[in-house]
Ligand binder design. Structure first.
Ligand SMILES: [Fe+2]
Ligand SMILES: [Fe+2]
Length: 121
């Protein structure tokens, strides 16, 4: 995972990656608990980034927040299914797509945000 040299953001991304790693080898009960944890961690992480976006008047706000909102909508839909015991789509998502999403979002969106913060601090 790409490090951005922003301690708080890097710590959050690492935590996200740790949860998805554990999800991949979890049984049904663990998967349910970990998936809610992934959702709530992602909600808090996006809030923290969006506070920085406001604080530093980041010009890429709508694009960046739009991508956050799309992922949150997806995670909330998956989480509803998961908590009802329907795990297969969420498992496929965790196994096949979430790592690529995180990597892409970090290198396209979060890296640009951190650059902006650094040049305005
Ligand atoms: Fe972000
Ligand atoms: Fe992020």
């Amino acid at each position: 995972m790409q490090h951005l040299n922003h301690a708080e953001i890097d710590r959050d991304h690492q935590h996200f990656a740790d949860i998805t790693t554990r999800l991949k080898t979890s049984n049904t009960d663990q998967f349910k608990t970990l998936f809610s944890e992934l959702l709530s961690h992602t909600e808090s992480h996006f809030k923290r980034e969006e506070q920085l976006i406001e604080q530093y008047r980041y010009p890429g706000k709508s694009e960046h927040c739009g991508e956050h909102n799309r992922l949150l909508t997806e995670l909330r839909q998956f989480n509803q299914r998961v908590q009802q015991g329907r795990l297969s789509l969420a498992r496929a998502y965790i196994n096949e797509r979430v790592d690529a999403w995180l990597q892409q979002h970090i290198s396209n969106m979060d890296a640009a945000l951190v650059k902006h913060i650094e040049s305005h601090s």
